[in-house]
Design a protein around this ligand. Structure first.
Ligand code: NAP
Length: 246
């Protein structure tokens, strides 16, 4: 059974990806940071589908936690096939409201965390290190292209870094059997908006989406599972915008 680690999978896009991956036959490592009950609920949903999952607590913005996450996943579920770099955070407010704490919080999780996880994944997947290959899928955002003026230019910049990492790492490890791709969601109904300071954000901005609606986490999950699959075997350094045309 192929093993997929999904960071930040206790809710939102990560949880939806865990369910979609389980339906496609993956054993899933459900990483979470603070909400153990929610992560256990995702594991229970996977098990109800007849699948295999384990919840592992790790603060992905800390390299030591990431190292432990990957070894716990390996010890419980076996050899890794796919990493989904999904955990992310944002805070709402224009440039005048940005301070060192906010920048650290956003970049340490969204950027440093994705790098720590990619490093651990490459060490296990690379044919250079005796691995069998696999894939990494980064959850970026259309914010990387739009810049999110007046809302969170820092968050948009962190996703710009993820886009660049996707392009560069894809080329770096292409000959090592590893594909690296990204999904750029638009505005999706999850709790990230409430925890970032604006619970009703999706409904506020949906009129600016060409399709005139917000997206559902499952619509992102399907793109992630496709990029992980053999159907995407010639895709690397690629981006799928799942954003209703935004
Ligand atoms: P969400 O509902 O806020 O969920 C965030 C998840 O990340 C939770 O499972 C949370 O776990 C986990 N997490 C937070 N801090 C963590 C840490 N330090 N270490 C490990 N896990 C941590 O977010 P979402 O909307 O599903 O977003 C998922 C990804 O999609 C993010 O990268 C986000 O930037 C991106 N995205 C979202 C949207 C959108 O409109 N929703 C649009 C574009 C891109 P705990 O609750 O257990 O702490």
């Amino acid at each position: 059974m192929k093993v997929m680690i999904i960071t930040g999978a206790s809710r939102g896009i990560g949880a939806a990806t865990a369910i979609a991956a389980a339906k496609s036959g993956y054993a899933v490592c459900v990483n979470y940071h603070s909400d153990e009950a929610a992560a256990n609920e995702v594991v229970a949903q996977v098990q109800q589908l007849g699948g295999t999952a384990v919840a592992v607590m790790a603060d992905v913005s800390k390299e030591a936690d990431v190292v432990r996450l990957f070894s716990e996943s390996e010890n419980t579920l076996g050899k890794l096939s796919v990493l989904v770099n999904n955990a992310g955070v944002l805070e709402t407010g224009s440039i005048e409201t940005i301070n060192e704490n906010r920048l650290r919080r956003v970049f340490e999780l969204n950027v440093f965390g994705a790098f720590y996880c990619a490093k651990e994944a490459v060490k296990r997947l690379s044919t250079k290190h005796g691995g069998s290959g696999g894939s990494i899928i980064n959850i970026s955002s259309v914010a990387a292209k739009l810049g999110s003026p007046g809302e969170y230019v820092d968050y948009a910049a962190s996703k710009g870094a993820i886009d660049t990492m996707t392009v560069g790492l894809a080329k770096e490890v292409a000959e090592q059997g590893i594909r690296v791709n990204a999904v750029r969601p638009g505005v999706i109904y999850t709790e990230i908006h409430a925890s970032g300071g604006e619970p009703e954000r999706v409904d506020r901005v949906k009129s600016s989406v060409p399709m005139k609606r917000g997206g559902e986490p499952a619509e992102i999950a399907d793109a992630v599972v496709w990029l992980a699959s053999e159907q995407a075997s010639y895709c690397t350094g690629s981006f799928i915008d799942v954003s209703g045309g935004r």
